[in-house]
Design a protein around this ligand. Structure first.
Ligand code: GLA
Length: 488
């Protein structure tokens, strides 16, 4: 615990005064430190909870969404990323119940209620389309259950009310915020004392029950974010976050293309993960590593080769010469049967892939990692300029568009419009295929002008933008803190 001593009715979950523990505050102390809008939101969730369950909640959990500044589609290859937490967050109110049931209610009635016995939690996914909202919550529960070897320490159930204002399907990590909130709530109710790194790792692992092979960035920033700083998040040799102070004159704007994506609803995301794993294995095999089948992350290969990112980039250019690899190419390369490829190398939703763009995906990963390092070094150097950072963000978008092919016409349009109005540092953020861009401005005035220009040039032409509150669709933001618990 890193702040108040939390002498509420749930009294464990903290031990030392170590800042790797989730911050626990007393609800009454929030009056001094949180703004009115936030407090009103908490009040209304509390009222909602009391109406639904007939008693007060025991505590609240807050988990933020995130915007990734740079370092896209590289976390699952083991490379560091540079996100920051948003103000928009999941807030939930919770208490135990003695009936042993899980009750999930969303204050937004378009998300229907869910109820099951705590001891029979099961994640049922649709054969196509997006999973139900509550499945993300169930992932978090499964994560802690796995950690406890499926033995619940008590027969309690949990009564929950959820309220989220992270735009869904917008690449701002609304799903991971929900999974992380569930993981934290479950751990707190059952007094499973875990630090932030462990919670983030459990949340990253259990979100894969949804079917996507995410890399862990979203859950890591959800727990490890610090107010005022972006985080340089490393995954190897273990999860570690280092605060990066962004330049005083850097102002970030998030603009939602209003093209929705749900990465669990299509195979696009997993296809990229698979292409990365396959390219890595080919390189490992060509470099004569007998355990090439197990070398699926570029960082692992790089460590084995003891080379730098530029040398790895050259290896890719030398070895992965084809623009497109067919199934036959892959089978020949690995000397395996098609059955083995499907069973051991592909996932359920990628087993029908026929073409693999290995060189392009691998090059993106390595060059993007180089950009992340440069961005971080610039932030720490005296010779920093917003223009230098902007060039790196621009390079990132081009690579995601052309090499990784995970952009969308509307994202490209937003990025092109940004450049036209003098904001060169603009790129898609999150998984892509829709969602948001993040753009870098050099003054509050430029920020305001930029927002106005996009409202006129993009949103006024977009049918989906009609009747939307544009202040929720395009907004400036600065780094917020990670997950917190508030005791009632
Ligand atoms: C999603 C995943 C992350 C990361 C990004 C792309 O948000 O959950 O792990 O791979 O896409 O950078």
């Amino acid at each position: 615990m890193s702040n108040s001593n939390g002498n509420g009715n749930i009294d464990s979950f903290q031990s030392t005064n170590n800042n790797n523990n989730v911050t626990i505050l007393d609800y009454k102390d929030l009056l001094k430190i949180k703004d009115e809008i936030f407090l009103k939101r908490l009040e209304s969730i509390k009222d909602f909870f009391e109406n639904e369950y007939g008693h007060e909640p025991e505590f609240f959990v807050k988990v933020p969404g995130r915007v990734n500044i740079i370092g896209e589609h590289i976390d699952y290859c083991g490379y560091p990323v540079l996100p920051m937490a948003l103000e928009q967050c999941i807030l939930l109110a919770a208490s135990k119940n003695i009936e042993g049931f899980l009750h999930l209610k969303n204050s937004d009635k378009k998300y229907g209620n869910y109820k099951c016995e705590m001891k029979s939690v099961r994640i049922d996914l649709p054969s196509s389309g997006s999973p139900q909202w509550y499945n993300y919550f169930l992932c978090g529960i499964k994560g802690i259950l796995d950690h406890l070897n499926n033995v619940l320490p008590t027969n309690f159930g949990m009564s929950i009310v959820i309220n989220g204002n992270v735009p869904p399907a917008a690449g701002l990590s609304s799903s991971s915020a929900l999974v992380s909130a569930a993981t934290l709530t479950m751990a707190f109710i059952y007094k499973v004392n875990l630090n932030k790194n462990l919670l983030a790792s459990i949340a990253a692992k259990c979100e894969r029950y949804i079917g996507t092979q995410g890399g862990g960035m979203d859950q890591a920033i959800a727990f490890l974010a610090k107010k005022g700083c972006a985080q340089f998040i490393e995954f190897h040799p273990e999860l570690n976050a280092t605060s990066v102070k962004l330049p005083d004159n850097a102002y970030f704007v998030v603009a939602n293309s209003l093209t929705q994506i749900n990465k669990a609803a299509t195979s696009d995301f997993n296809e990229r993960v698979i292409e990365c794993r396959l390219s890595c294995r080919i390189l490992a095999k060509r470099c004569n590593f007998n355990n090439w089948k197990d070398i699926t992350k570029f960082i692992h290969l790089q460590n084995l080769l003891q080379c730098n990112l530029y040398e790895l980039e050259q290896l890719i250019l030398n070895e992965l010469t084809k623009d497109i690899y067919t199934i036959d190419d892959i089978l020949e390369e690995f000397n395996i049967s098609e059955n083995e490829l499907i069973m051991n190398f592909l996932t359920e939703n990628t087993k029908d892939m026929k073409m693999f763009k290995l060189k392009q995906r691998a090059l993106h990963v390595i060059q993007e990692s180089i950009r992340v390092n440069k961005f971080r070094n610039l932030c720490e150097s005296d010779s920093l300029s917003i223009d230098m950072l902007s060039q790196l963000m621009k390079g990132s978008h081009n690579s995601l568009r052309h090499l990784y092919e995970c952009s969308h016409t509307n994202l490209n349009k937003l990025v092109e419009l940004s450049e036209e109005v003098g904001v060169t540092g603009a790129r898609l953020t999150g998984a892509g295929w829709g969602g948001c861009i993040v753009a870098l401005c050099d003054s509050p005035e430029q920020c305001q002008r930029f927002i106005q220009e996009l409202k006129e040039k993009y949103y006024s032409q977009l049918p989906q933008a009609k009747n939307k509150n544009l202040d929720e669709v395009i907004f400036s933001t600065c780094p917020q803190s990670g997950a917190e618990i508030y005791l009632c």
